[in-house]
Design a protein around this ligand. Structure first.
Ligand SMILES: Cc1cc2nc3c(=O)[nH]c(=O)nc-3n(C[C@H](O)[C@H](O)[C@H](O)COP(=O)(O)OP(=O)(O)OC[C@H]3O[C@@H](n4cnc5c(N)ncnc54)[C@H](O)[C@@H]3O)c2cc1C
Length: 365
């Protein structure tokens, strides 16, 4: 059996593993291990692809806002073009004014303005907040740019065989993969997404209680045109969102959160039906057909904040998990913050104002 030595082994090649890897590969000999045949097959490849500062509460908003400039105008050696396409978001309410974190710029919209902005909006929606900074993210390009930076800095990626078990001894992790190969490194990063607790268990580390939750997306063809550049439209109470995809189609979600064991998630017919029902209660646009649908898992820690940091009980075990529904939009700041903790160095200016303790696994002890 061949044995391979690294400084850091990252389990999981989604946006979390790729972005953290890209931040550390120049300083540590790093390997990303991805169980699937290609990186990004699970949550990272299934997102709704938007950047929404108000999403996830104030601590997540700090990470999102800190990531905005990088996503919009990345350094030239990272990408020749930005990853954001400005769209704006409308948070609808049929009651009072929606409440959002005070750090997020918004303005109020009354019914007449709403009608001009979204022709066909149902009468029940009387108020809304407009969030101008909301944007689409080119997720595939961002993920590819992180993997490119990782490899350029000397990082290696190994797909097609996952971690089966690992044990710590003599200052090192001995890692066995499903294909029988063996690896060693002093630091093991758990970026296993929905499998974060399963990865921990396979390493003899106590799980933190992550919950994967299924979310459904539907691409609907509707009898309207000119939808492509509409804002993201959501119910501030959290029962649906949709955004224009093509001239006559939308991406729609029923905002579902179905607790699910980690798996290759697929949409359920009932969730697609619920999505269409809520869409029809939002606008009078005739639904023509479902063009496609998919589902993915959003994985949350018990307090719904991500977890970045070394486990307190087991040496060299680093958590990079619980990115919920915000793992793409927060990835630049989260990767810089996690890299500073992992390398025990001063944080990058992008995240110098953010307290890493907020996201430390120590909060669960
Ligand atoms: C429908 C939907 C809409 C979303 N919309 C948005 C959005 O608009 N904006 C946003 O910012 N975020 C959004 N998200 C959330 C975002 O997609 C996730 O937070 C993010 O992709 C999580 O990245 P990850 O790398 O942690 O997980 P993943 O991309 O799932 O990567 C984890 C990887 O670990 C691998 N793995 C697991 N176990 C092992 C093992 N034992 N050995 C080796 N590899 C292993 C898996 O194969 C997987 O590839 C959405 C998610 C969903 C599902």
């Amino acid at each position: 059996m061949e044995m391979h030595d690294f400084d850091v082994i990252i389990i999981g090649g989604g946006i979390a593993g790729a972005s953290l890897g890209a931040e550390i590969a120049a300083e540590r000999r790093t390997l990303i291990v991805e169980a699937e045949d290609h990186c990004g097959y699970h949550s990272t490849g299934r997102s709704a692809a938007f950047f929404l500062e108000s999403y996830g509460g104030p601590a997540v908003a700090d990470l999102t806002i800190a990531s905005g400039n990088f996503l919009d105008q990345p350094p030239a050696n990272f990408s020749e073009r930005g990853f954001l396409g400005r769209r704006g978001a409308v948070h609808l309410s049929d009651n009072g004014w929606p409440e959002l974190p005070s750090s997020v710029a918004t303005h109020r919209i009354e019914r007449d303005e709403l009608e001009a902005m979204i022709p066909g909006i149902r009468p029940r929606w009387t108020r809304a907040l407009f969030e101008p900074a909301c944007a689409d993210i080119d997720v595939a390009a961002l993920h590819a740019a992180y993997l490119r930076q990782f490899k350029r800095a000397g990082g290696e990626v190994r797909c097609g065989s996952g971690l089966q078990r690992a044990a710590f001894g003599d200052g090192r992790w001995s890692v066995s993969l499903a294909d029988g190969s063996a690896l060693e490194s002093p630091v093991l990063v758990n970026a296993g997404g929905a499998w974060a607790d399963r990865v921990a268990e396979a390493c003899g580390v106590e799980p933190l209680g992550f919950e994967p939750k299924r979310r459904t997306m539907v691409q609907l063809r509707v009898g309207r045109s000119g939808l492509k550049d509409l804002p993201l439209i959501d119910d501030a109470a959290g029962t649906f969102y949709f955004k224009g995809e093509g001239e006559g189609s939308v991406w729609l979600s029923p905002h579902d959160e179905i607790p699910t064991d980690p798996c290759d998630a697929a949409p359920d017919e009932i969730d697609i039906a619920i999505a269409i029902d809520r869409f029809e209660a939002a606008v009078d646009w005739p639904v023509e057909r479902v063009e496609r649908s998919w589902a993915g898992l959003r994985t949350f820690a018990p307090d719904r904040l991500p977890v970045y940091g070394f486990d307190l009980r087991v040496p060299g075990f680093f958590w990079c998990a619980g990115q919920g529904g915000f793992g793409i939009q927060t990835s630049p700041a989260a990767a810089k913050l996690a890299a500073a903790v992992l390398l025990r160095r001063d944080p990058d200016p992008m995240v110098a104002h953010i307290d890493a303790a907020t996201f430390s696994p120590a909060r669960f002890d």
